[in-house]
Ligand binder design. Structure first.
Ligand SMILES: Cc1cc2nc3c(=O)[nH]c(=O)nc-3n(C[C@H](O)[C@H](O)[C@H](O)COP(=O)(O)O)c2cc1C
Length: 175
């Protein structure tokens, strides 16, 4: 008999993996932008540059499935309202501006942007892993929005320098 972790425990444990927050955008069949907040973004390979996002079925999923393209916008700490907008708590109409570049929709204040073409889509339960080759990307300096233990955080804390990192393994750890 198969056995799964208790959903509440799984959610709580998974939330201890701190992430950044992105908005994944795509275009619907009329060419109009759609987008959703996603923290499932991860890099997959350097050569060729490849990333993935895990999206549940919905408007953005549909647009990515149909167009075969998506953009990933990495949010800054000051973009919580934008994060909420793309997670179902819309801002007032006209409060949000998206740029368009080569058919990708971009948030100008994002600290990184990736324009991707889907090269593989893997269906898992009610989500699809959209694996995308990165056709272009750019970045700018800024404090990232972080997500940890189901709360938004301002950046990622202080840098741990290599000399300090040596002191970090706690007693009993095996490296
Ligand atoms: C911080 C945060 C991260 C999220 N990450 C994901 C994700 O990785 N994948 C996903 O399917 N939904 C994720 N969601 C939920 C979607 O943003 C939300 O369901 C959205 O309204 C779906 O939009 P759609 O109707 O265009 O599909 C996240 C929400 C928040 C607040």
């Amino acid at each position: 008999m198969s056995h799964h972790a208790d959903p509440a425990s799984f959610r709580a444990a998974a939330s201890r993996f701190s992430t950044g927050v992105t908005v994944v955008t795509s275009s619907d069949p009329d060419g109009a932008p759609v987008g959703m907040t996603a923290n499932s973004f991860t890099t997959v390979s350097m050569q060729p540059p490849t990333v993935l996002v895990s999206l549940k079925r919905g408007r953005t999923w549909q647009a990515v499935s149909t167009s075969g393209r998506y953009a990933v916008n990495v949010l800054a700490a000051s973009d919580v309202a934008i994060c909420r907008h793309f997670a179902g708590a819309p801002l007032a109409q006209g409060a949000l501006a998206l740029d368009e570049r080569g058919g990708f929709f971009l948030l100008p204040q994002a600290i990184a942007q990736f324009g991707c073409e889907v090269v593989n889509a893997v269906e898992i339960a009610d989500h699809t892993l959209f694996i995308g080759e990165v056709r272009w990307c750019r970045h700018q300096d800024g404090l990232p929005l972080a997500f940890y233990a189901s709360c938004f955080r301002n950046g990622l804390g202080a840098e741990i320098r290599p000399s300090e990192a040596l002191a970090y393994p706690a007693e009993g750890w095996t490296l």
